[in-house]
Design a protein around this ligand. Structure first.
Ligand code: ZN
Length: 303
């Protein structure tokens, strides 16, 4: 049986791009693995961060909209992404961040693991989870889905995707249900958060636009299109996103889910060594390059 191994990427909305680069590539030392444009609105960037190879399960992407108003997470949205930090590296990272200008709050314990929450320049929560077995700072530990009713989403994840329930934990303000994908791939945890007093969500900068699960092959993705139909979810047709193929659907609680293929990957249009250094455009926008380059603000990468 085909199973989902974990997350492929998370896509969020940010404010001005330079502050975003400074935080994710600078403070958090993620690699900018792709500098491209929003394929549907090529006058804005689409920035991809990840591990040095641009591996699935490490990819965080942003649509920086300079004019986006501040957003606020709430029911029906993904509300946080968490990086898995190696056990031996967690305290060093707290020291590093405290010495900089991130001022993290004290770590809390969640399902027996220490969790540190930072705020990115747009106020989005960035969680760092001390994780046994993590080998570097780049891979995701999990994302949190904020749901009014966790059950339908949990059912989709278990019955369709093959996730298993690890347990629930009460914390101030609500309850967290933890699910894990089978196997030991990175980014294999999904938390579903149910708040006692949910706020009204507002999309905008500092919020997550969608989360993408992995399909290791194109065949697996086709399998998911058909399998999801049986669960009452008609996905979009396969959309070519240059670095992966994508299908999308809205899960029962309202979060936009994507299933993205591992191939062809981020080295499809530039060498791994120099990924992220040049503005890459998909073939359909290449003829607009001069205009796009004149419109987009220049970005400076941290040394
Ligand atoms: Zn996506």
């Amino acid at each position: 049986m085909t199973k989902i191994p974990g997350l492929h990427h998370v896509t969020a909305i940010s404010g001005p791009p330079q502050a975003n680069v400074d935080f994710y590539a600078g403070t958090l030392k993620q690699r900018l693995v792709k500098k491209t444009v929003n394929f549907d609105a090529p006058d804005t960037y689409h920035l991809y961060y990840g591990d040095p190879a641009g591996s699935p399960g490490t990819i965080l992407t942003f649509f920086p909209f300079a004019e986006a108003g501040p957003g606020r997470a709430g029911p029906g949205m993904a509300s946080a992404y968490a990086y898995a930090i190696p056990k031996g590296d967690f305290d060093a990272m707290i020291d590093e961040l405290s010495a900089g200008d991130s001022f993290p709050a004290a770590p809390v314990t969640r399902f027996g693991q220490r969790v540190l929450t930072l705020r990115d320049p747009d106020g989005a929560p960035v969680e760092l989870v001390e994780t046994e077995g993590a080998t570097d700072r780049h891979g995701f530990h999990s994302v949190t889905l904020w749901e009014r009713d966790p059950d339908p989403t949990a059912r989709l994840l278990t019955e369709a995707f093959g996730y298993e329930v690890l347990g629930t934990e009460r914390s101030p303000g609500g309850e967290r249900l933890r699910l894990k994908a089978p196997g030991n791939d990175r980014a294999n945890i999904i938390d579903i958060w149910r708040a006692d007093n949910p706020t009204v969500p507002r999309p905008g900068k500092g919020t997550i636009h969608h989360i993408a699960f992995r399909a290791k092959t194109q065949e697996d993705q086709h399998h998911w299109q058909e399998a999801l139909l049986k669960f009452g979810h008609r996905t979009t047709p396969v959309i070519d996103r240059q670095y992966f193929n994508a299908i999308y659907f809205r899960e029962p609680g309202g979060v936009l889910f994507e299933i993205a293929t591992d191939p062809p990957g981020f080295a499809v249009d530039e060498p791994v060594e120099t990924m992220g250094s040049q503005l890459m455009l998909p073939p359909q926008h290449e003829r607009l390059r001069a205009r796009i380059e004149a419109t987009l603000p220049k970005l400076k990468l941290p040394a």
